[in-house]
Design a protein around this ligand. Structure first.
Ligand SMILES: Cc1cc2nc3c(=O)[nH]c(=O)nc-3n(C[C@H](O)[C@H](O)[C@H](O)COP(=O)(O)O)c2cc1C
Length: 304
């Protein structure tokens, strides 16, 4: 009833552990798979090992959470080992997320991580391009997003999902450009903002980095709108991510046009078995409303 397919890869259910939530290590990703995730995504991996920002890196507020982890990475060698280890120990599909600070490095990272044979590669372009003026995000420029996609596609035979940022004036334009450049799918979205929370007793921003990306409930309506817009623009499958914590949220995202749904902050709110919980809530809804499979739900909001 809940199975779905992404570029020919079968998922037992549409819930996917989002990138960055449980790191890169095989054992924590296996924990998500054992708790019902239909697929898991690694934290984004760069070629070189990178330190993240200093603590505190996460602050919660009534609408969700703000993080400034700062794209820490264990480096590509470690990433390759962990993906290989995961594949040895689990049959659940694994998505390797990569990022870089220069366009050419995306190609190299994709080529290297392909050695570990992940089922899909996700390209995190919501990071600053050090070659652009003011370090503009790769995700903020259609031409740059397309050239990253093209380089990655030329470096691997594994299907490539490009992960978009909601912080753009026209997400349709970016989606169209990455599809034309060869992307096999789109993940939408990364965190919004940046946002800030100030401790009014000390009169200082709480995060060490002062600001960070907003995820959780506050992001959900933005993510749903992005997925709705992207579905109207491209033919490739979409992983809808942003603020999904229960079955209702997941169904909403599927109706907007997602083929599968990413869950990040929801792991903090409902525990590691959030995947199982969301799946049984989707199933309950489907039985009550007479839906037989996910195909009947995906993109349904566009019929009305
Ligand atoms: C602590 C934390 C770390 C994250 N790290 C990454 C990352 O390394 N790469 C990435 O593409 N997205 C990263 N994200 C973004 C999530 O994958 C997801 O797109 C976002 O949080 C929205 O989904 P959610 O509302 O379900 O959390 C991170 C999010 C959080 C909260």
């Amino acid at each position: 009833m809940l199975s779905t397919k992404l570029c020919g890869i079968k998922l037992d259910n549409p819930t996917i552990l989002a990138s960055g939530i449980l790191g890169v290590t095989a054992s924590s990703l296996i924990n998500a798979a054992n708790n019902g995730a239909g697929a898991v995504t690694t934290k984004s991996i760069s070629l070189e090992e990178r330190k993240g920002h200093s603590n505190p890196v996460i602050v919660t507020f009534e609408g969700g959470m703000i993080n400034a982890v700062g794209l820490s990475s264990p480096g590509i060698e470690n990433g390759i080992e962990e993906v290989k280890e995961f594949k040895k120990r689990s049959k659940t599909p694994i998505i390797a997320s990569i990022f870089a600070s220069k366009t050419a490095e995306f190609g190299e990272a994709a080529k290297r991580i392909s050695e570990a044979k992940p089922d899909l590669i996700e390209v995190n372009i919501s990071c600053p391009n050090v070659e652009a003026e003011f370090g503009k995000l790769f995700a903020a420029d259609a031409k740059v997003a397309a050239s990253v996609t093209e380089i990655v596609k030329n470096s691997t035979k594994i299907p490539v999902f490009v992960k978009l940022s909601p912080n753009v004036s026209n997400i349709k334009e970016i989606a169209k450009a990455v599809e034309a450049a060869g992307a096999d799918g789109i993940t939408a979205v990364n965190t919004a903002g940046p946002g800030m929370v100030i401790d009014i007793k000390t009169a200082k921003p709480i995060l060490h980095n002062k600001m960070g990306g907003i995820s959780g409930a506050a992001l959900r309506p933005i993510a749903v709108r992005c997925v709705y817009d992207i579905y109207e623009t491209v033919k490739i499958p979409i992983i809808g991510t942003g603020g999904i914590t229960n079955g209702r949220d997941a169904v909403e995202m599927l109706m907007a046009g997602a083929t599968a749904v990413g869950i990040g902050s929801g792991v903090y709110y409902r525990g590691i078995d959030v995947f199982k919980k969301v799946c049984s809530e989707i199933e309950e809804f489907m039985k009550k409303e007479g839906y037989k499979n996910l195909k009947e739900i995906i993109g349904k909001a566009h019929e009305n």
